[in-house]
Design a protein around this ligand. Structure first.
Ligand code: F6R
Length: 241
């Protein structure tokens, strides 16, 4: 694991965008794994700037998102499909056919998950996976559990996650309780992983990820076993290291 400690959210976002941009420059047909939530918003803004300034070109890039809420349609502003379009895809030249996000409205969960895994494999695997981290140490929506769940699957969200994500909804009752998420195996198969975190709310999760035992109780701790992980944490998120 390589840990980069930066001053604040802005610096974290610039560094993350530059790492993603260099991946695209080195391999224009990269397979990128994207995340949603608050952490990536300015990273995506910076990527849009780099695209508009002619530094990067997304025309050959393929993307796979980590997760999507279950039973939330694409046109719901809280869906991750909607989030990705609003915060990144609508502003760059990525080909619609190369965008992959689990379909939360599927009527066949097992088939949807198996097909998502198959598509990732057929694309050649993810070159660079971007990860935020939950306050409880989750990555994707792999919540603390008794064992690591390998492939894309349906997840029951933790109360802590539902509470954390309620800030995007009118009330906590509106937050979906389930999601489709890449599994720990799907994430660990990525060739490179970039995890980023900002703010004191993430300090304990970052400490446990980097210095704690490898345990499914802290899903991100498995990243200690991955050969190519960069963590960018701002001073607050790194405050317990
Ligand atoms: C989002 C995802 C989640 C978030 C995590 C942190 O696609 O998979 O693991 O990365 O919950 O969310 P924020 O960035 O909102 O603190």
């Amino acid at each position: 694991m390589r840990i980069m400690i930066v001053n604040d959210y802005e610096e974290m976002s610039k560094k993350a965008a530059h790492i993603i941009a260099s991946q695209i420059v080195l391999k224009p047909n990269s397979i990128l794994g994207f995340a949603t939530g608050s952490t990536p918003i300015n990273t995506y803004k910076e990527l849009i700037n780099l695209y508009k300034n002619g530094v990067i070109d997304f025309s050959e890039v393929t993307s796979f998102n980590l997760d999507e809420y279950f039973e939330l349609s694409k046109d719901n502003p809280q869906s991750y499909d909607y989030f990705m379009k609003a915060n990144l895809f609508n502003h760059i030249n990525i080909d619609d056919d190369r965008i992959n996000i689990p379909n939360g409205m599927t009527d066949n969960i097992e088939r949807e998950c198996a097909e998502y895994e198959k598509k990732m494999k057929e694309a050649g695997g993810i070159d660079l996976q971007l990860l935020g981290i939950g306050r409880n140490g989750h990555i994707g929506f792999n919540e603390p559990a008794d064992h690591f769940q390998s492939d894309t699957h349906l997840v029951q969200l933790d109360d802590d996650t539902i509470e954390a994500n309620s800030r995007f909804f009118d009330s906590v009752d509106e937050v979906p309780t389930k999601a489709i998420s890449m599994g720990i195996g799907s994430i660990m198969r990525a060739k490179k992983i970039l995890l980023f975190a900002s703010g004191t709310g993430k300090a304990e999760a970052i400490y446990d990820t980097v210095k704690g035992p490898i345990t499914p109780r802290v899903p991100a701790s498995i990243l200690q076993l991955h050969p190519d992980v960069v963590i960018i944490a701002d001073k607050e998120a790194a405050s317990r290291l």
